[in-house]
Design a protein around this ligand. Structure first.
Ligand code: ATP
Ligand code: FE2
Length: 334
């Protein structure tokens, strides 16, 4: 069994995943999530968490896959974008494994990995990507050998916005899943027609989320039902992403839209995207939840495509790049 191992360490998640070298198998990741005791993510503490988890996680992953070190054909790792101290841990583990096992190393663009695992798992071919995660909110299309960013958030990522709102009403990180639960409980009990007035910020194909965050916190502080605030926050912020996604489909003539990133776990954004796509005669896709959030398997899958296209990262080019952008990576695979 030949395997390509993928190592993810851009932010709060440290994860090992794998795919078979011939592309036939996609193996589950073993992941550990750093959860700050209070406040937002502290990069150095997250990096310490990654260092402490690496050994046990790798042993668990290899055990789950029934693999041993002779099965490893190559090592892929997240080269960027992300938090420097966190990326550095994944880079160091990847370089050490590549050298110790004498197998190729390939540094991958984390954002592009979210796209490629979605294409691999859903079978969609040339989609608009709605990349909705903690740190990123981008609308992306492939054109002239790159994944081009057609629109993006002008301030914070939609997931960070949800996490910050969650924190303000006492929900620990990550806030998104509990906000979804509160919103759906509210709808079950009260119906979906109640909606608070929240700022809706779409500028052409860009979005912004700090205004809606401040307004939602203010509603909660005034004693508004938290379920109603969560429901309204989801409806309005997701609508802005779906509107930009639709504009991108109209502009490019593409008929597929693919959700990726942690917020793509949310059933409501999935439903809204599906309705929009179907109304235009298109189709919406998303991978299963463990492959939406940060995971090593998506890094392995992009690594496989790059290695198959003859791309390998030599040691001297393997430094991490915290500010790598989606459109900086040439895309030469099909
Ligand atoms: P990136 O580096 O790509 O920006 P990330 O570090 O933000 O990724 P992800 O694992 O892709 O990490 O996304 C995490 C985000 O997803 C968190 O903000 C979390 O609240 C959000 N999230 C997870 N599940 C849900 C859900 N069911 N509904 C809404 N948001 C969710
Ligand atoms: Fe991510």
């Amino acid at each position: 069994m030949g395997l390509i191992i993928g190592i993810e360490s851009t932010a709060h998640t440290f994860s090992f995943g794998a795919v078979s070298s011939d592309g036939s198998d996609v193996l589950p990741s073993s992941s550990s999530l750093y959860r700050p005791e209070e406040g937002g993510i502290h990069p150095r503490e997250a990096a310490d968490h990654h260092v402490q988890s690496a050994g046990d996680l790798l042993r668990t992953a290899m055990g789950n896959w029934g693999a041993n070190k002779d099965d490893i054909d190559a090592i892929a790792f997240s080269q960027g974008p992300g938090l420097g101290p966190c990326l550095r841990v994944g880079g160091a583990v990847a370089r050490s494994m590549s050298m110790a096992l004498d197998v190729p190393l390939v540094g991958v663009n984390h954002c592009v990995a979210h796209i490629e695992i979605g294409r691999r798992m859903t079978g969609c071919d040339d989609p608009i990507l709605l990349y909705v995660s903690g740190g990123n909110t981008q609308v992306i299309a492939r054109a002239s050998g790159r994944y081009r960013v057609l629109g993006e958030t002008l301030d914070i990522g939609i997931g960070n916005m949800l996490d910050k709102f969650g924190r303000s009403i006492g929900i620990p990180f990550p806030g998104g899943p509990e906000i979804e639960r509160k919103a759906s409980r509210f709808i079950q009990e009260n119906g979906s027609e109640h909606l608070l007035d929240l700022p809706y910020a779409v500028h052409g194909t860009d979005m912004a989320f700090s205004g809606i965050l401040g307004a939602a916190i203010a509603h909660a502080e005034r004693g508004e039902d938290p379920g109603l605030v969560c429901h309204s926050l989801q409806e309005v912020s997701f609508a802005s992403c779906v509107e930009v996604g639709e504009r991108a489909m109209a502009l490019t003539g593409k008929s597929e839209i693919l959700l990726g990133g942690g917020v793509a776990c949310n059933q409501r954004i999935r439903t809204m995207t599906s309705i929009m796509a179907q109304e235009r005669g298109g189709e919406a896709y998303w991978p299963e939840r463990p492959l939406c959030v940060d995971n090593g398997t998506m890094i392995a899958e992009l690594g496989r495509r790059m290695l198959d296209s003859g791309i390998e990262t030599i040691m001297t080019n393997s430094a991490i790049d915290p500010s790598l952008r989606t459109d900086m990576t040439p895309v030469i695979w099909s």
